[in-house]
Design a protein around this ligand. Structure first.
Ligand SMILES: Cc1cc2nc3c(=O)[nH]c(=O)nc-3n(C[C@H](O)[C@H](O)[C@H](O)COP(=O)(O)OP(=O)(O)OC[C@H]3O[C@@H](n4cnc5c(N)ncnc54)[C@H](O)[C@@H]3O)c2cc1C
Length: 316
């Protein structure tokens, strides 16, 4: 029996994407399939991030054209989700590398920065001439940052002095700029800063021994009296709630695990007996009697709730 094509796109929604999203998706998928997937395990095993190569590829693929501008607004969320899905499908490390730069760092500047800050930073970030990171989590507080964020900022004239640590920060050991969230010693509110990693007092130590996402590099950032100009404080971020405006833009998808499981189950990638082919269905089979068939399910208006029979469906 020839196994059916593998697809985790149950609802066939990839067929209906707007043209710019479809084109970007196809460019990215071709790179991941042809170039990255064959070498992904090599880098995973060594916990190595080939940054010049990957940043160069991102420049070539030009996936951030128009990102965070009105011209992309009509399909921006869809584009972010689709690109993230394609990256995570092959390598979640690349999804983090990309998402931290394009979603969290650029998003913080687009959503919380002034127009002048957007004009200064976004074009170079869009073109991958600069690479960014986003520092919120700390050594003692991850989920608890809302109440427990301990990194401080103190205003001295036109300068802010930052002190504290940020942990797990993707790209931070080698990138050009990090968004740092810190609590103002004066009013106790959380403020955001565009911190150039070349500033005196900034250091980032590579985190070792990860068991997941080994290829992307995460850092433990230490800020010791880092002096940041007032012009680099995010002008439209005033409280911790502003971090959430940025965080909601971070999507996460994974359809590759389904496709891989399916490939094993149909013997395409496994030398073991394929699960689906050997499975007996019929009267008395729990999966046959307990649920309606998805192929015949109909919506309230009588239309089919699911597309016609797809290859991934178990045939009885
Ligand atoms: C690969 C990777 C990349 C990352 N990149 C970044 C980055 O770029 N920038 C950044 O700022 N951070 C980054 N992080 C950090 C990430 O945001 C934190 O790991 C996350 O916020 C969780 O925090 P934590 O690890 O301290 O876990 P904890 O907050 O200690 O949570 C541990 C467990 O306790 C549970 N828990 C926590 N609080 C509660 C509660 N109140 N009630 C019930 N259960 C609770 C959690 O669900 C979880 O299961 C990254 C992490 C990873 C693994």
């Amino acid at each position: 029996m020839t196994p059916p094509p593998i697809a985790a796109d149950f609802y066939d929604w990839l067929a209906n994407l707007p043209a710019p999203v479809q084109q970007a998706r196809e460019r990215l998928r071709a790179f991941l399939r042809d170039e990255w997937e064959p070498q992904a395990n090599h880098y995973w095993e060594r916990a190595e991030f080939p940054r010049e190569y990957l940043v160069g590829k991102m420049q070539e693929l030009d996936l951030l054209q128009g990102a965070w501008t009105p011209e992309r607004a009509a399909y921006a969320t869809l584009m972010d989700g689709v690109l993230s899905m394609e990256l995570a499908r092959v390598d979640p490390s690349l999804a983090t590398f990309f998402g931290v730069h394009a979603g969290l760092c650029m998003g913080a500047i687009a959503l919380c920065g002034s127009e002048a800050q957007q004009a200064e930073w976004l074009p170079a970030l869009r073109a991958w001439q600069l690479v960014g990171a986003f520092g919120l989590t700390e050594p003692d507080v991850g989920s608890g940052v809302a109440r427990g964020l301990t990194t401080t900022c103190r205003r001295e004239g036109d300068t802010w002095v930052l002190n504290g640590q940020k942990k797990w920060i993707g790209n931070s050991t080698w990138c050009d700029v990090v968004i740092v969230w810190a609590r103002d010693e004066a009013d106790r509110q959380v403020k955001g800063f565009i911190v150039r990693t070349s500033l005196p007092g900034y250091s980032a130590e590579l985190m070792q021994g990860k068991i997941a996402q080994r290829t992307v590099h995460n850092g433990l950032i230490t800020l010791r009296d880092v002096r940041v100009d007032e012009r680099d404080r995010l002008q439209r971020a005033h409280t911790f709630a502003d971090t959430q405006r940025v965080l909601v833009t971070a999507p996460s998808f994974a359809d590759m695990p389904h496709e891989t499981r399916f490939a094993h189950a149909t013997n395409e990638r496994s030398r073991h007996e394929p699960v689906l082919a050997s499975r007996k269905h019929g009267p008395g089979c729990s999966c046959c009697s307990s649920k309606p068939s998805r192929t015949t399910a109909v919506g309230k208006d009588g239309s089919k709730a699911f597309p016609t029979k797809r290859p991934w469906m178990i045939s009885h």
